[in-house]
Design a protein around this ligand. Structure first.
Ligand SMILES: *Cc1c(COP(=O)(O)O)cnc(C)c1O
Length: 495
């Protein structure tokens, strides 16, 4: 547990002259440096000086202050990948993948190229689209790439006036942000009370300036957009393209495909549907797929199949006239691509079709078991996730924040809170397909217990967490006056 000796600040453990390493003697001296003198350090960096065991214990101790997917249930919503088989890490670390350099000659890394090509093809098959690029490094990066492809398509037809992107009000914040970065104008489309896109509102916003409609299905409320065929028809009739934000692909996997619903361009968050832990902002991968007829706009380099080539596979580097060119470094986050490939192979065609139904079943089970105590603003069948609007009984003053903090005391990670913005007390729960019934029942029991505590002893919930190494944090103070260095902490005031 939180042993004082190995406490939070490694600088406090430092003893001048103490070392946990020894380096061989070297002839190197400052005077032989190739760096100009003004770039050379005048005195040693003020790093903590500790013995090896102290360092190991310090960091191990810090890791115990954290909550990760390997500690317990992690119902964070908005399609967060929570099952990351360690074997995928081992595969990604194999020297034959890990020691490659992206600039080495193609004939020396054929297996890696084959993996890349296979993954492109698998994603195309799973989504019903024609071709994929694996270059984009995140979902938002994929959105930007996809919108650039859509722009390139309209421009190639001399249709430059299409500068508007229709985005439902339930969309993830990256959708309007990506459109803006791409130089496009965002037009918001309203949602109905059931959480789906208001087709009548959409009709009034369709015209010859519309470049695309961006949709997420199931949307960020966990609701399946059942009017997609009609929406796709309307958007296509007015000359726009349909963009699919594939961050919520989990519940669709093996059940239905964006390509079959009329989408033209999409991205997949590999780190949300196909393994790779992505807490703390990365790394990720946001491959982009296009339907037949748009392949020529995909960014390069790409691995393509070439019958005339001795290797079969070939790196295409921008000799397509209309291609976007490079949108990232080399071939994207290769390490994430390997993990996705390993994950898809381990599921196989046979099991991939259970991903969607199981994720959906688990979410609906939790929702039904809790909806008598928690406010369910949109009732009915959900997909892989759903949103409560806080406790049903608002008289106790216990908020979504309090519930999230109290869950930590019981050993559960908090769900996503205060997102989506459509409700005041959003509590977004996503169990995913991999959790056992016992785990899910344990979570339900604790959520019911917290609802009871809110009635019996609301202070207990409002001041939670009580059992974590650090108690309730003042987030406003933390955001306004972030303490980012050891010295600040020590003096307890901004430097
Ligand atoms: C996570 C998410 C994104 C953004 O993906 P990043 O990989 O975080 O950039 C976009 N849309 C939806 C619906 C998401 O859940």
């Amino acid at each position: 547990m939180n042993n004082k000796l190995y406490g939070n600040l490694i600088f406090e453990l430092s003893k001048p002259g103490r070392k946990g390493y020894s380096l061989p003697k070297t002839d190197y001296s400052h005077s032989s440096s190739v760096l100009p003198p003004y770039l050379l350090r005048g005195k040693d960096a003020e790093l903590p000086e500790c013995d090896e065991l102290t360092v190991v214990r310090h960091y191990t101790n810090l890791s115990h202050n954290n909550f990760g997917v390997n500690d317990g249930f992690y119902p964070l919503g908005s399609c967060t990948m929570k099952y990351n088989p360690l074997i995928n890490e081992e595969v990604a670390a194999l020297p034959s993948f890990n020691d490659l350099h992206p600039a080495q000659p193609a004939e020396t890394c054929l297996p890696a190229m084959a993996l890349y090509y296979d993954l492109q093809s698998m994603l195309a098959e799973l989504t019903g689209l024609s071709e994929f690029t694996l270059n984009p490094c995140a979902g938002a990066h994929g959105e930007l790439t996809g919108l650039m492809i859509i722009r390139a398509y309209h421009n190639s037809r001399g249709d430059q006036k299409r500068i508007k992107v229709l985005i439902p009000d339930s969309a993830h914040g990256t959708n309007p942000a990506s459109a803006a970065v791409c130089g496009l104008e965002v037009v918001e489309v309203k949602s109905l009370d059931d959480g789906t896109v208001d087709v009548e509102d959409l009709r009034t916003k369709l015209n010859d300036e519309v470049a695309a409609m961006m949709m997420t299905n199931p949307n960020t409320l966990g609701i399946f957009e059942k009017n997609i065929p009609e929406i796709a028809k309307l958007v296509h009739e007015c000359g726009g393209l349909m963009y699919y934000d594939g961050a919520n692909l989990n519940p669709m996997l093996g059940v239905c495909r964006p390509g079959d619903m009329g989408f033209d361009v999409m991205h997949i968050n590999l780190h949300k549907t196909f393994s790779t832990p992505h807490g703390g902002g990365g790394p990720g991968a946001g491959p982009v797929g296009v339907r037949k007829g748009l392949e020529q706009f995909l960014p390069t380099p790409r691995i393509v199949y070439n019958e005339d080539d001795e290797l079969g596979l070939e790196v295409h580097t921008g000799d397509y006239e209309q291609a976007l060119g490079s949108i990232g470094n080399y071939f994207g986050n290769y390490n994430v691509l390997i993990k996705a490939y390993a994950y898809i192979l381990s599921l196989g065609r046979e099991h991939v079709k259970y991903v969607g139904p199981l994720a959906t079943l688990n979410a609906n089970y939790i929702k039904e078991k809790l909806k008598d105590l928690y406010e369910l603003p949109i009732d009915g069948h959900c997909m892989h996730e759903f949103v409560f609007d806080g406790l049903k009984d608002k008289s106790t003053g216990v908020t979504t924040m309090d519930i999230a903090k109290r869950l930590l005391d019981y050993g559960y990670h908090a769900p996503t809170i205060y997102f989506p913005l459509l409700f005041h007390e959003s509590l977004m729960i996503e169990p995913t397909e991999n959790e056992s019934k016992e785990t899910i029942d344990g979570f339900i029991e604790v959520m019911r217990k917290i609802a009871q505590e809110a009635k019996d002893d609301s202070e207990l919930v409002k001041t939670a967490p009580h059992l974590t190494p650090i108690g309730r944090v003042d987030d406003v103070l933390a955001a306004k006056h972030p303490v980012t260095t050891y010295r600040q902490l020590k003096n307890n005031q901004p430097e």
